[in-house]
Write a protein that binds this ligand. Structure first.
Ligand SMILES: [Zn+2]
Length: 414
């Protein structure tokens, strides 16, 4: 057993991960929050027992109701923002122990009761909002699909517990602000007025075809964000390959499309209760409308687009691509790209599948971008439980192989 404490560092304007290994009983996770999670004004705890108070006064917190059943026991009801909805039951809360009441060995028993859906995410804990570890499985009792009991040892420190590492809007923003080789600008606002921003490579004088990358349509899908960052950093890197790539191509990244959902600890939707990844085409929401406006430049006679990637999370690592029967330009890109990456990664490092997924007619980003531009439009799905180091390593390799394929591509040969 080991513990991997991780710290973000800045090198050459690009964030990197510095891993420090020491021995302990926790399972390693990446540090995903660049700032200590900011406090939100809130007048009262959700509930208080004799031992501790439960707070939900921070970004991405979610616990809808608290019932105290004994001095050391409580039940937190976890509900989605609305129904029906995918069963991505997100939760996040902070336990603040009462120092005068707790003794050595004090335990708070917290039942997570799901009012909809079921237990999906193994709890992660953090004492500083930056470094997260998996809660020891011995402290998790799955009583049923909708009732899970956590045994939380209390000491004098507040502890945050969440479905996945909390990767807040401010963390996204700080990452974006410090990226090399790009310009950051706002392309719209969310329903609640939070900025939707893009990062765009500086093109120089030549017009270049673009790779378009989006992320965080679905707030709990933080492993997708953990892949997007190193993927993008690799494209923007100071390597020979990255320079050759950027000589030929531009990149636009919209890393955080649903900041209201991220803030409120939503399971999937924006604040209006809309699944943004079912709104590409209708573009009824300000978040997707910002994308629609940004895409207007890619029209006949305008800028060219060659590839679209949308980062998400699901139960395992996979890529939803066009089928081999759906022609794209570049031709056979997803097959060749993912094949090349697989040859380097192998199943031991990062097992994944390519799922040929025909256009279902749903207004998803993938279907919209393929229908409109006939480019490879790919959903990059990362497993909820995938090892965080493997996510980062694989993202770098996927990015490198993507760059190689696009550099090699000669449109006049098609
Ligand atoms: Zn998703």
């Amino acid at each position: 057993m080991r513990k991997l404490a991780t710290t973000w560092c800045i090198r050459g304007g690009i964030f990197c991960l510095l891993a420090i290994v020491s021995s302990c009983q926790a399972v390693p996770l990446k540090n995903t929050n660049l700032n200590e999670v900011a406090k939100v004004e809130s007048s009262a705890a959700l509930c208080e027992t004799e031992l501790a108070a439960i707070w939900t006064n921070f970004p991405a917190a979610r616990a809808n109701h608290c019932e105290i059943t004994a001095p050391n026991k409580l039940v937190l009801t976890i509900s989605p923002e609305n129904q029906p909805i995918n069963k991505s039951a997100w939760y996040g809360f902070k336990i603040v122990p009462k120092r005068a009441s707790i003794k050595h060995g004090s335990i708070l028993y917290v039942n997570l009761k799901y009012a909809y859906g079921h237990h999906r995410y193994s709890p992660k804990i953090s004492y500083d909002g930056k470094n997260w570890v998996l809660l020891d499985p011995a402290k998790i009792e799955i009583l049923s699909k909708t009732n899970v009991r956590l045994s939380i040892p209390l000491d004098d420190r507040p502890v945050m517990i969440a479905a996945q590492e909390i990767f807040s809007n401010s963390a996204h923003n700080q990452w974006a602000e410090n990226l090399a080789s790009t310009t950051k600008s706002n392309i719209g606002k969310s329903v609640e007025g939070r900025p939707i921003y893009k990062l765009e490579t500086r093109s120089g004088s030549a017009k270049k075809p673009y790779v378009f990358i989006v992320g965080r349509q679905h707030p709990p899908e933080t492993t997708g964000a953990l892949a997007l960052m190193p993927f993008v950093e690799t494209l923007l890197g100071d390597t020979v390959l990255a320079h050759r790539f950027r000589d030929k191509y531009g990149v636009i990244i919209v890393p955080n499309i649903n900041p209201d959902g991220v803030w409120h600890g939503h399971w999937r939707h924006n604040i209006n209760g809309i699944d943004l990844n079912r709104d590409w085409g209708p573009f009824t929401q300000p978040e997707t409308k910002a994308i629609e406006n940004e895409l207007k430049r890619f029209k006949e006679g305008g800028d060219k687009i060659v590839l679209f990637l949308d980062f998400h999370s699901t139960y395992r690592n996979l890529f939803y691509t066009q089928t081999d029967g759906e022609p794209t330009r570049p031709a056979n890109f997803s097959r060749d790209w993912l094949g090349a990456a697989n040859a380097r990664l192998g199943d031991n490092i990062y097992a994944f599948t390519r799922e040929q997924s025909p256009n279902s007619g749903k207004p998803t980003s993938k279907n919209y971008m393929y229908s409109r531009y006939k480019i490879p439009a790919i959903t990059y799905e990362v497993g909820d439980k995938t090892d965080r180091d493997a996510i980062a390593l694989a993202a770098e390799i996927f990015a490198s192989e993507m760059m190689k394929k696009l550099i090699e591509w000669n449109p006049s040969h098609e």
